[in-house]
Each structure stands twice: as structure tokens, then as C-alpha cells.
Ligand binder design. Structure first.
Ligand code: BES
Ligand code: MN
Ligand code: ZN
Length: 496
């Protein structure tokens, strides 16, 4: 996708604007402020005509494109309701602006911000959101179509702010948003790619490609032999049934001092989850290509923070494998020894995410991390519990949980904390190993997290179950979540 350049002008005088397309927020009262009136005069009254005709009512999120005989040739009216809206309203305004502007095919557009009357606390937040939305809504999937879809036309986006606002900060907010959007779109693309394209080795190539874009990044990929040497027999049990080789991908970003403890992100990278010998039913099995959504979010987040040059150290670890049935596949009842030495009875081969994650989480300890967050499309039970609006959050550290919840709220990529009480642990008791890989019918998302908790005792750790939030079933497609949350979290850590 071609780059989108952001700028901020310190004028709101319509006559000073050189762009062929102006976006004007309009309240449901239909009254224009001075900037709006000036723009209306310059366009020969077409704005007031659209409002007076009743075509455009100013409801939140409503948009209308009006043409003018004199520059700017096009004005996009965006409804803002009563004005001075809360963040929920601003989110809708931002998304509507992005959609309408991209649909207009403009190359260069200017956003006249004064009618929004943004509160000081909301200014940077709104423009970060808008920067993200402009990039987010530019995404098209065409990787496996015979003909590419037309590229978005928008190249330049400028904003006018009032004297009092700091234009440097607004520009930085737009850019931060844009980079977040680029990371989100990378995660969407990877999760949308089918399993025969996006294999573990494909993810490894993507990680190496990302590492080549900055001298602060490096990438190491472990093959199955290297994993066996480390004792990762839990992870390897998942790949036993497939001819597609597994990979453990380690992507390091050093944005600050060598000695600063890194934040580690660990992604579940099951590039296709058939369930293995505990085969899934056929309906919707195609969607299990997105079972590497956690891995995709690790790469997307690293893409964003490398581009932002955040002064922080981050390690991304991806446990990538395909879960297939065959004569060599792991069988229900098999017992394996994990890298941590904990033996695991595999009662259900479809509970494979925790099997790859536990070894990756054990590996994470070598980085002496400041925090570890794993991200996984881990359980159908999480979809039952929370649907698609919230990711399930589990943590062994309250301060870490608080930071992640706050980052989710700020980025509108929300999580909801779930219990990790020891009371649930006995559901994982096994007669034949230290732990079973399933915990029975109750609280499936909790017992999956409890399984992981046994491998994460040595550091501050959180787990995000994104089974519901990472994918839309209609229209089918990856959401790129929780790249927004994770990027915000790391931005907050870089400031702290
Ligand atoms: N990848 C699935 C979880 C999943 C299900 C994600 C639906 C998105 C939508 C995971 O590997 C899985 O199969 N989990 C099992 C666990 C069970 C066997 C304990 C599940 O949720 O059914
Ligand atoms: Mn599974
Ligand atoms: Zn899975």
C-alpha cells in the first residue's frame, strides 16, 4: 500500500487551503462556525444548500460528498451530532470520516477540525484514532485473487488546528495512529492468508523481512532439530502429524539500552488447526487458518513499534506449527515432557495452542523480561464467555493487568479480566502426568490460562485469549486485534 503523508496546518482559513477536498464536521443543528461559513462562501453556498435541503442531517457518522464549482472542488460533510461528543462519538466520527474520504477517491484532503471543539485531553487521542482509521480502512485483501483490487488513492492528509493546540503533537499523533494502522493491517493480512500460503516458514520469512527494515532488529529462527535439543517436546507433539515443518521465531528489537529488560510478546502461531486426531467438525473449519492470529499480532505490533522507533526493548516469540491428523500424529492419551520438565497428558489434540505456548513461554524466561504477554486464539469457550468485543485477559500480576486493560480502553481494543484462581487448577489433574491439557467442560478459557500459568511463575505474565476478537465471521476476515492494545501498551511503557 502506498504511503500516506500527514501534516498539520496552523490555519483554518478556507481561502488558505490548497487541497481539492475538505472534510467539514457539521453538527445536527446545521449551524456552521466561522470556518465553516467561510468555506461555504468560498464554495458558492453548496454546503448550506445540502444542509437546508434536509439531505444531510448531521447525525453522528452520517457523511455526504458535495461538489463545488470553485476550489475546494469537493467537501465531505461529516455529522457530529450535538457536537463536543464523548470518545464513543468521536470513534464513530473518525471511522465515518475515513470511510467517506477513501470512498471519494481523493488524493489529497484537509480536515477542518474547529467544529469538533475537541477537549484538550481528546485532541491527540482523536487524531491518533483518525490516523489509524485512515490506514485501517485502506486495507484490501487481494493476495490470492487473480487480479489485484484498485489501490487506495489517498496520499496526503492534512489537519488544521487552532492556535492553542500544539501542531507538532497532533502531527505525531496522526503518525502514531498511521503506524498502528500499518501494524494492524499486517496482522490482518497474515491472518487472512490461507494455511497453504501462510505456513510456519512463511511467518519466519515475514519476521526476517521485518528485521531487515531496521538495524535495531534481529531475527533468529529455530528449526525442529533445535527445538528438540532444547527439550520442546510439547510444542513438537503438535507438529507430529504434518509434513509442514514447525518454527520457533524470535524477533528482537533493541530501541533502548542493551541492559534494559525487554517486554516479551509470545504469539500462538498455529497456521492451520484441524484439531489433529481429535478432529474438528467440518463446518467453518476453514476459519482455523486464523489460528495464528496471536503470531500475526506479534508481527503487527513489532512492525508498528519499529516504525515508531520506540525507546524500549521488545522481543517477539512465535510458536509456529500446523496441527494435522495422520499416522504420525500425536494420539489422545500420549504423554510428553515439556521444556520446563513438566509432563503433559494430551487428552485432546485439539487443545494444541497451550502445548506450543508452554514451551515458548519457558523459552521466554531467558530474556529476563520486564513483562511477558502471550496472545492466542486459544479457546472457543472464550468466544462463548465474551463474544467478539473483548479479548479475555488473565494475569499473575495486578499492575500488568491494569496497564493492559488501560491500553485496551485507550485504543478501543478492549480486554476484560478473567479469574486465574488456583481453585480451577485441579480441573487439570491427570492420573498419568503432571498435568492434563484439558480441564473438562466448565470454564474452558480459564483452565487453558491456568495451564499456561504453570509455566510462567518466574516473571510478570499476562495472557490474552483473542479467539473472539481476532476474527469476524461475517463478513469473514481478520480484525488485526489486539495490535492496537499491544502497541498502546508498549507506547505507555516507553513513556513510563
Ligand atoms: N484454535 C482453537 C480455539 C478456537 C475455537 C479459536 C474457535 C477460535 C474459534 C483451539 O485450538 C481449540 O481447538 N480449543 C479447543 C479446546 C478444547 C479441546 C479444550 C476448544 O476451544 O474447543
Ligand atoms: Mn485446537
Ligand atoms: Zn487452535
Amino acid at each position: 500500500m502506498p504511503a500516506l503523508r500527514f501534516s498539520v496546518q496552523n490555519t483554518s482559513k478556507a481561502t488558505d487551503l490548497k487541497t481539492p477536498c475538505v472534510i467539514l464536521p457539521v453538527s445536527s443543528s446545521g449551524r456552521l462556525d466561522n470556518d465553516g461559513k467561510a468555506l461555504n462562501r468560498q464554495c458558492g453556498g453548496v454546503i448550506n444548500a445540502a444542509i437546508a435541503s434536509g439531505e444531510f442531517s448531521g447525525k453522528i457518522g452520517e457523511t455526504e460528498l458535495v461538489h463545488s464549482a470553485s476550489a475546494p472542488e469537493r467537501v465531505i460533510l461529516v455529522g457530529i451530532g450535538e457536537g463536543r461528543g464523548d470518545r464513543a462519538a468521536l470513534l464513530r466520527i473518525s471511522a465515518a470520516t475515513a470511510r467517506a474520504l477513501l470512498a471519494s477517491k481523493a488524493k489529497d484532503a484537509h480536515f477542518l477540525a474547529s467544529p469538533l471543539k475537541l477537549a484538550k485531553a481528546d485532541g491527540e487521542w482523536f487524531f491518533q484514532t483518525l490516523g489509524r482509521d485512515l490506514v485501517f480502512h485502506s486495507y484490501r485483501y487481494d493476495a490470492t485473487l487473480s487480479a489485484p483490487k484498485p489501490e487506495p488513492t489517498l496520499r496526503k492528509f492534512s489537519v488544521s488546528v487552532t492556535e492553542s493546540a500544539n501542531s507538532r503533537q497532533i502531527k505525531a499523533a496522526l503518525e502514531r495512529g498511521g503506524r498502528t494502522g500499518t501494524g494492524i493491517n499486517l496482522a490482518r493480512e497474515l491472518a487472512n492468508l490461507p494455511g497453504n500460503h501462510c505456513t510456519p516458514e512463511y511467518l519466519a520469512r515475514e519476521a526476517r523481512k521485518l528485521a531487515r527494515t531496521s538495524d535495531k532488529t534481529s531475527c533468529k529462527v529455530l528449526n525442529e532439530k533445535a527445538m528438540a535439543d532444547l527439550g520442546m517436546h510439547s510444542l513438537l507433539s503438535v507438529t507430529a502429524g504434518t509434513v509442514t515443518p514447525a518454527r520457533l521465531i524470535v524477533l528482537e528489537y533493541k530501541g533502548s539500552k542493551r541492559t534494559d529488560a525487554p517486554h516479551v510478546l509470545v504469539g500462538k502461531g498455529i497456521t492451520f488447526d484441524s484439531g489433529g486426531i481429535s478432529l474438528k467438525p467440518g463446518a467453518k473449519m476453514d476459519e482455523m487458518k486464523y489460528d495464528m492470529g496471536g503470531a500475526a499480532s506479534v508481527l503487527g505490533t513489532l512492525r508498528a513499534i519499529v516504525d515508531m522507533k520506540l525507546p524500549i526493548n521488545v522481543v517477539g516469540i512465535i510458536a509456529a506449527a500446523e496441527n494435522m491428523p495422520s499416522g504420525t500424529a500425536t494420539k489422545p492419551g500420549d504423554v510428553v515432557t515439556s521444556m520446563a520438565g513438566i509432563t503433559i497428558e494430551i487428552l485432546n489434540t485439539d487443545a494444541e495452542g497451550r502445548l506450543v505456548l508452554c514451551d515458548a513461554l519457558t523459552y521466554a524466561a531467558r530474556f529476563k523480561p520486564a513483562s511477558v504477554v502471550d496472545i492466542a486464539t486459544l479457546t472457543g469457550a472464550c468466544v462463548v464467555a465474551l463474544g467478539s468485543h473483548a479479548s479475555g485477559l488473565y494475569a499473575n500480576d495486578d499492575a500488568l493487568a491494569k496497564d493492559l486493560l488501560a491500553a485496551g480502553t485507550e485504543s478501543h481494543d478492549r480486554a476484560w479480566r478473567m479469574p486465574l484462581w488456583d481453585d480451577y487448577q485441579k480441573q487439570l489433574d491427570s492420573n498419568f502426568a503432571d498435568v492434563a491439557n484439558i480441564g473438562g467442560p466448565g470454564a474452558g478459557s480459564v483452565t487453558a490460562a491456568c495451564f499456561l500459568a504453570r509455566f510462567t511463575k518466574d516473571y510478570r505474565w499476562a495472557h490474552l485469549d483473542i479467539a473472539g476478537s481476532a476474527w469476524n465471521s461475517s463478513p469473514k476476515g481478520a480484525t488485526g486485534r489486539p495490535v492496537g492494545l499491544l502497541t498502546q501498551y508498549l507506547c505507555d511503557q516507553a513513556k513510563a
